[in-house]
Design a protein around this ligand. Sequence first.
Ligand SMILES: Cc1cc2nc3c(=O)[nH]c(=O)nc-3n(C[C@H](O)[C@H](O)[C@H](O)COP(=O)(O)OP(=O)(O)OC[C@H]3O[C@@H](n4cnc5c(N)ncnc54)[C@H](O)[C@@H]3O)c2cc1C
Length: 302
Amino acid sequence: MKIVEPYAKIIESELEQLSVYQRIDKCASVCYQRPEKPNDEEARVFCLGIVDRKHWMPLEMAVVHLATTELDVPKSKYITSSRITGETRGKVVISGSIRAFLEAEYPNTEQSLRFLAHEFPLFFGEDIRDTYVKFARPDQIPWYHKHVAVRIVTNRAISHQLVRHRPCAILQESQRFCRYDGERFDGEVSFVRPGWVSPAFSRGYNPLLKLWRDDMMGAERRYFNRLDKGLQPQQARGVLPNECKTELIMYASLPEWLHILNTDTMRCSKHADPEMRRIMIPLREEFMAKYPEADWSKGEGA
Ligand SMILES: Cc1cc2nc3c(=O)[nH]c(=O)nc-3n(C[C@H](O)[C@H](O)[C@H](O)COP(=O)(O)OP(=O)(O)OC[C@H]3O[C@@H](n4cnc5c(N)ncnc54)[C@H](O)[C@@H]3O)c2cc1C
């Protein structure tokens, strides 16, 4: 068995360097715990598979910001629009994921759809670019349109709590597709050390660590035994405990992160699970340092 420490870390600046295809591929790679595709071409092939299978969830992992006209605001609860500060002629920023734009209704004009079709024909089907629509410049994007991706390593009990936040886009390591006796996992199951178990044997004895390790090793043994008997990972995983390690990419707007990281009511509050607070309190500090434009004093969104 492997013992891992939990963490939550902002990975937005790393993802921003990638093409939309590579970004989607990298986020989806967490499900299979596979390496990301080596280049844009390979990532496009992966995205094509997503489109063919109509498995559109990973397309939520890329939010684009367009500068367009007030008339061109698609109808969708997943697309946010705001007037561009200083513009007088009805210009707006609209922000939404590739999926949101794909599934939106376009009641007035389809300018943004045509623009996206020109930029991303793989998702939208090729079209002639409408030159009036552009990607919004960074200075035109209000803070409450920004979306931030976070990589989280935690246990399965905490991940279950995290996926309850419905406005987030989340991709998670799959215990159906990952086979922990394989080479990719060095033939070991990983478990997250709970905060109540100190990491080392002090003076040779740590009864809680021993208790916990024995429990986890027993679960690993039962899991491998099921695989040895020919069961599939999705059947063998039934004996894995809540303290099994998992990994997620969680992507949400800044106002949603303000809500999730609220210190009075949500995941940083004294009512939250200590294992949740263990990763969310440092994450809140990282957010406050990286996104000071959001109002962190209230804990909630503006
Ligand atoms: C300390 C703590 C203890 C908890 N204990 C429990 C527990 O014992 N049992 C339990 O089941 N959960 C528990 N939860 C989870 C909690 O009930 C919520 O599911 C979780 O906090 C996510 O809530 P949310 O409002 O942030 O997100 P969501 O519930 O996803 O809501 C986000 C937004 O989505 C919208 N929305 C989405 N779907 C709908 C809909 N169908 N109808 C109306 N509006 C919708 C709303 O506008 C809402 O503002 C607990 C959470 C915390 C922090």
